[in-house]
Design a protein around this ligand. Structure first.
Ligand code: SF4
Length: 327
């Protein structure tokens, strides 16, 4: 079988934020470890889903990979080359982002046409009106927006249409990768399905690769080829989708899966085992950061941090229960 091409590789990414004064004792310095040593790869043509509760660091990870905020440590590679200031513009042309909130991510003072053309003004300067129209027309048609309505402003569109506009804006530079940060979480269920179908169609037609971030396991299950589960700034489990669902190893992943609603009311629902809130990243628990919520925690879990280990088939897990794994 031919080797899969790696488009994006993130190595040992850390993002620590200093905590504002007033939240800690005088003279003491504290940091929030929003991301604390994340490694991942995105292969050509795949969708890598990243799941975790709000505040686990997944959106920060997306912004660090996009170089919208600097990493505290670690490096991002695109097609084997480190991304730095010499190639950042090319990287941003090839790797575009679709944001969560289609209301706040579109400038209300700009016509939709201007919004969609914005990346062309940055990355393909000097195009004539006709040249821009030639690029924009097929892109908006692909996402189901009529070219003739582009003189309108964002408030004249529904939430689902605005997210289509956000996707069109991301597509005009013919990217190879879309980093999608909770792209359907602000939408009604029926509209979510339509937008997810657009992502699927675009992937088929254009061969796009997606890093798809969501807090919703049913969405991640629907879109992903592989899934990375994040908890408190770290990946705690990563595997192919089928393997992850057939052979779930981490208690946190199990709890997230139990949160998927079962559509059949005659099937007794497995109640989510997840209790309590995620701990504060300012004062994370010692040992395994999940131990305060884990029904299987032992004394060892309170003191020793589990390492992300490979079960031998690319299924990675960080849990002391899985002692047979190779680290
Ligand atoms: Fe639970 Fe311990 Fe595994 Fe952490 S290491 S998930 S606390 S069993």
């Amino acid at each position: 079988m031919p080797e899969k091409e790696i488009l994006i590789e993130a190595k040992n990414i850390k993002k620590h934020f200093p905590v504002k004064r007033g939240m800690f004792e005088r003279g003491e310095k504290k940091t929030v470890k929003a991301i604390d040593g994340v490694d991942l790869v995105l292969y050509k043509g795949e969708t890598l889903g990243v799941i975790g509760e709000s505040g686990c660091g997944k959106s920060t990870l997306a912004r660090v990979i996009m170089h919208l905020i600097p990493a505290t440590e670690g490096e991002v590679f695109f097609k084997g080359k480190p991304v730095d200031k010499t190639n950042i513009m090319d990287f941003r042309r090839k790797v575009q982002m679709v944001f969560q909130d289609p209301y706040s991510s579109l400038d209300p003072r700009m016509s939709v046409k201007r919004i969609i053309e914005e990346p062309l003004r940055v990355h393909m300067k000097g195009l004539s009106k006709e040249e821009k129209d030639k690029i924009v027309r097929p892109v908006v048609e692909k996402v189901g927006i009529e070219f003739d309505v582009l003189d309108k402003y964002p408030h004249e569109f529904s939430g689902g249409q605005r997210q289509r506009i956000g996707i069109a804006r991301a597509l005009v530079t013919t990217p190879e990768v879309l980093i999608c940060d909770e792209p359907v979480s602000a939408l009604d269920m029926s509209i979510q399905a339509q937008v997810l179908n657009i992502f699927r169609e675009l992937q088929k037609e254009l061969g796009l690769s997606y890093l798809f971030i969501s807090h919703d396991m049913s969405v991640i299950k629907h879109v992903s080829d592989r899934i990375a589960v994040m908890y408190l700034g770290k990946i705690v489990e990563l595997a192919d989708k089928q393997e992850l669902f057939d052979n779930t190893l981490h208690p946190y992943t199990k709890a997230l899966m139990n949160s998927i609603p079962i559509p059949d009311p005659t099937v007794p629902s497995m109640k989510a085992e997840l209790t309590g809130e995620p701990p504060s990243p300012i004062n994370p628990p010692s040992g395994c950061s999940f131990h305060e919520r884990c029904p299987f925690a032992t004394e060892r879990c309170k003191t020793e941090t589990p390492v992300l280990c490979d079960r031998g088939n690319g299924h990675l897990v960080a849990c002391h229960l899985k002692e047979e794994t190779k680290c």
